[in-house]
Design a protein around this ligand. Structure first.
Ligand code: PLP
Length: 376
């Protein structure tokens, strides 16, 4: 259709400046494009064991009543989360994925007179939700590539230095995606003590269940001490429910009250509510997922050592490899091998590929495919 109006110019300025989020390539899309099958997707940090069986079984009831609106308050899921982590339901805000919660947080605390701070290489959703509401982005330099302990990791002094009177929100991913880097309990707690009380700090713990390091913190334990802390978590990663879209924020009840005012009344659907509540209890699935991931990380670390591949110091369910050459052609070559990984040029890392940890057999296939395309 022809029009003399430039619709981009009609959009609010923050939206005009947005870079669209680039998701992992869906399996069906690659099937259509290349006419191949037996595709391995290691591009979106999904659980290679599938979804929690308890969650799958819990879908039967809501499937019989799809004509009903979901419980807009999410009573049972919030009660289950509160019970599991020793919280009050009044501290919880449910989201259509934790991305929805991040968007709600931005809409509650930001506008065009305010700024949000986060690290270079931080999760791509932080700039999107910040810019969409017209707020200023303040990007703190990450640790340099040659840093002794945590190359590419969040640098808390650099983040703190970007905070001023205009700053109302700080986003910290622990561990971070796409780097896999993490902050110790000591460092992050010390940071919380220094941040002014009127600056909200979001600690995004999407991968927390995978982390084995003893110095890794559980920010939920600090909520009573820091009323400006918001912790976000998701059912998309270890619980294997990415397709259902459900995540949550935990905060003080006063902050949760604000978040819940902005939240759409039925933002989490009835299938997601039921599955998430059941998945929370599925300790067996969780421990199998952790074991698979820990073994898979070791498999990748060994393969990298053997092949001389450099990688970021990850504790998540993915590994980001430095290909020492433009990563896009390698990504394309891997697609032709039927393996989908994630190029992260959009993060300013054009020579790296982020690869989700799979099952042992999936990891072998991906490692061999990477060897092949690097040798070509
Ligand atoms: C995957 C991921 C999430 C989860 O997003 P959902 O909307 O819950 O699927 C949140 N934060 C980070 C850093 C992630 O990598």
């Amino acid at each position: 259709m022809q029009s003399s109006i430039d619709y981009k110019q009609l959009a609010v300025s923050g939206v005009q400046a947005l870079q669209p989020y680039q998701p992992g390539k869906p399996i069906e899309e690659l099937e259509r494009e290349l006419g191949i099958s037996n595709i391995l997707k290691l591009a979106s940090n999904e659980n290679p064991l599938g979804a929690s069986p308890k969650a799958q079984a819990a879908l039967a009831n809501p499937l019989k009543a799809l004509e009903l609106y979901p419980d807009g308050s999410g009573y049972q899921l919030k009660a289950a989360i509160a019970q599991k982590f020793g919280l009050q339901s009044s501290q919880i805000t449910l989201g259509n994925g934790s991305n929805d919660v991040l968007d709600i947080i931005a809409r509650v605390f930001l506008d065009n007179s305010r700024a949000a701070v986060f690290s270079e290489y931080a999760f791509a959703v932080y700039p999107i939700v910040t810019q969409a509401v017209g707020a200023e982005l303040r990007i703190a330099k990450a640790n340099p590539a040659e840093h002794h302990a945590m190359p590419y990791g969040h640098n808390l002094p650099n983040i703190a230095a970007k905070i001023d009177d205009k700053t109302r929100l700080v986003f910290i991913a622990n561990p971070n995606n796409p780097t896999g880097t993490w902050l110790s309990g000591n460092d992050l707690y010390g940071f919380m003590q220094r941040v002014p009380e009127d600056v909200m700090v979001v600690v995004d713990e999407a991968y927390t269940e995978y982390v084995q390091e003893t110095a890794f913190p559980n920010a939920l334990a600090w909520l009573d001490e820091f009323p400006n802390l918001i912790v976000t978590r998701t059912f998309s990663k270890i619980y294997g429910l990415a397709g259902l879209r459900v995540g949550y924020a935990v905060s003080s009840p006063a902050v949760a009250d604000m978040l819940n005012r902005v939240r759409q009344p039925f933002n989490v659907n009835s299938l997601a509510l039921a599955a998430a509540a059941a998945a929370l209890d599925d300790d067996d699935f969780l421990s199998r997922s952790v074991m698979t991931n820990t073994a898979g990380l070791k498999q990748w670390f060994d393969a990298c050592a053997e092949s001389g591949w450099e990688y970021m110091p990850t504790v998540g369910n993915f590994i980001t490899v430095n290909c020492k050459q433009a990563a896009t052609p390698l990504y394309d070559a891997l697609l032709r091998e039927g393996v989908i990984v994630r190029p992260i040029g959009g993060y300013g890392l054009p020579q790296h590929l982020r690869i989700s940890i799979g099952t042992e057999a999936q990891n072998i296939r991906c490692i061999n495919a990477l060897k092949k395309v690097l040798a070509a």
